[in-house]
Design a protein around this ligand. Structure first.
Ligand SMILES: Cc1cc2nc3c(=O)[nH]c(=O)nc-3n(C[C@H](O)[C@H](O)[C@H](O)COP(=O)(O)O)c2cc1C
Length: 216
């Protein structure tokens, strides 16, 4: 192996994070860091790794794109018959990591999930390119496909089906999930592995938020 894994490490000196640096709420702080990742030219800054668990407790992860952030939570869109949606229907729980390595930062959050309203899904759907809309109709995400030709044939058939349709409707099997976090951790790499970790945590009783520091 050419790559010397044991030698690979970065000493993090780019920035620091203290309680006084944080925005008043987790969602304002997340938007602030997302804006900074965008300005810094991070590739796909809204990409996040979504962790789910099956009914049997088997974990799985995959990347999805964050499409909305507000005080209620963060939203991504997907196929409701996919593996991840099956997990979310059963457990109603998810966790996400935004991996902004170029900024020596990550954000992790976890909480309950809910489907976003059909109106909200539609409002996002109409902003998608027609090709993406056709793809959502053509692909039964996470099901087995014989080969590439079979997949391309599905797209061709979908294109023919909607050739006379100006506004393609939202597929019944497609829409958004919102993760309503109860915990959001902001991580900033620091020298000597003494990183800054600040976590917003919601009190289970009165739903108020408080910020605490975690050891790295
Ligand atoms: C950068 C990137 C962004 C992605 N965004 C999405 C997304 O927003 N929604 C989605 O369903 N899949 C997205 N995918 C594909 C998923 O990672 C995954 O392959 C797919 O959703 C099936 O996952 P599942 O079988 O675990 O349900 C993305 C993949 C990458 C690499």
């Amino acid at each position: 192996m050419e790559t010397q894994l044991a030698e690979m490490r970065v000493d993090y000196r780019r920035d620091e994070l203290d309680v006084g640096d944080l925005a008043a709420t987790w969602h304002e702080q997340l938007i602030r860091w997302l804006d900074e990742a965008t300005e810094a030219g991070v590739a796909e800054p809204n990409a996040m790794v979504l962790a789910t668990a099956s009914e049997q407790g088997t974990p799985s992860t995959r990347t999805v794109l964050c499409k909305d952030i507000d005080e209620r939570g963060i939203v991504f869109y997907t196929n409701y018959t996919s593996g991840k949606s099956r997990d979310l229907r059963v457990t109603r729980r998810a966790s996400v990591t935004f991996p902004w390595y170029a900024l020596q930062r990550q954000v992790q959050l976890a909480g309950d999930v809910e489907r976003v309203s059909p109106e909200e899904t539609r409002a996002y759907w109409v902003t998608r390119p027609r090709g993406s809309q056709l793809g959502a109709w053509a692909s039964a995400q996470s099901s087995y496909v014989a080969d590439r030709q079979a997949l391309d044939a599905c797209l061709d058939a979908t294109e023919r089906r909607f050739s006379d349709v100006a506004e393609i409707p939202v597929p019944p099997h497609w829409g958004g999930w919102r993760i309503r976090p109860e915990r959001v951790e902001f991580w900033q790499g620091r020298p000597n592995r003494m990183h800054d970790r600040l976590v917003f945590e919601q009190d289970g009783h009165d739903r108020t938020w408080r910020v605490r520091r975690l050891a790295p």
